[in-house]
Design a protein around this ligand. Structure first.
Ligand SMILES: C[S@@+](CC[C@H](N)C(=O)[O-])C[C@H]1O[C@@H](n2cnc3c(N)ncnc32)[C@H](O)[C@@H]1O
Length: 272
């Protein structure tokens, strides 16, 4: 059996009792290390808090392992109980649906244990979760690569009066271009997009398209470290949020659509 267990957003204590039961009975425990491990304050080589709580070793599964060696994990799950831990909810990221599909095709039984995700934790700012349009991802721009497919999606959401959740790029264990050319993989240090960088990129793309999908005066909400003791939530225009230091990652941003009076009342508590 493959147990895919959501860990929630705060720290190791956010696992559910059902999730902990599953972990305790599994012979092997993997943890995915590339979507948002950081919110647990865990460095890629320091898993001891989790190991202490679970009373067994936890194997770090980075992007390469999950994408290239998933079949090894799945064949282990054929004959024994294996847990695959995911920060947030297993379906809060598209990556894990692929693992479920592969497991089912190989005839491996799968059980999912849900938990809180960034996709619902943003509800804390008072914007109704059922008034959101398509979620977008904002990738880090480079000198030569400035993809902007998020622009059209935000525009579509805003035409419908819907809020937009922007997930911000995480670059963990990315091989450096230089090392790829040399044929020996070396990795860039991890980087996490801040709300400030996301807004700068959004405004750059608005200037390029010039279709007024949004502007510096558009109301947004910035979220940092949701679910942690030191979480930070600030509402304001893009221009205002550019001046806020949101501190440590992880960050995400909501572009506010049309609001109901109760949504406005809640947002007031977070205004800059
Ligand atoms: C693939 S998504 C969601 C991952 C996770 N499986 C979940 O269900 O929440 C990862 C992105 O969500 C946002 N994010 C995740 N955790 C966050 C947190 N605690 N606070 C703020 N943003 C967060 C960041 O923008 C990050 O790049």
């Amino acid at each position: 059996m493959l147990y895919i267990v959501g860990l929630g957003l705060g720290d190791e204590r956010d696992i559910t009792l059902r999730g902990l039961d599953a972990v305790k009975k599994c012979e092997k425990v993997y943890i995915e290390a590339y979507t948002s491990l950081l919110s647990f304050g865990i460095s890629t080589d320091g898993l001891s808090t989790l190991e202490k709580l679970y009373g067994k070793p936890v194997i770090l599964a980075d992007r390469e392992m999950v994408e290239e060696k998933a079949d090894n994990i799945l064949s282990e799950a054929h004959g024994s109980d294996v847990a695959f831990l995911v920060v947030g909810d297993p379906f809060g990221a598209t990556t894990h649906t692929d693992l479920v599909v592969r497991a089912k095709k190989l005839g491996v039984d799968v059980k999912v244990v849900h938990n809180a995700s960034v996709m619902n934790a943003i509800g804390i700012c008072g914007l109704q979760l059922y008034r959101y349009g398509e979620t977008v991802s904002i990738p880090f721009f480079t000198e030569t690569w400035r993809p902007d497919s998020f622009y059209e999606k935000i525009q579509r959401n805003r035409k419908l009066g819907l809020h937009t959740l922007c997930l911000l790029d995480i670059r963990v264990k990315e091989p450096s271009l230089e090392s790829l050319c040399r044929g020996r993989k070396q990795y860039e240090p991890p980087s996490y997009m801040t709300i400030n960088t996301a807004i700068e990129q959004l405004l750059e793309i608005e200037e390029k398209h010039g279709e007024s999908a949004y502007s510096e005066d558009t109301e947004c909400v910035g979220f940092a470290r949701l679910g942690s003791e030191d979480q930070m939530i600030v509402a304001g225009t893009m221009r205002q949020l550019l001046t806020v230091d949101f501190g440590k990652p992880l960050h995400c941003l909501v572009i506010v659509g049309n609001t109901h009076p109760v949504e406005d009342e809640m947002l007031e508590f977070y205004k800059i």
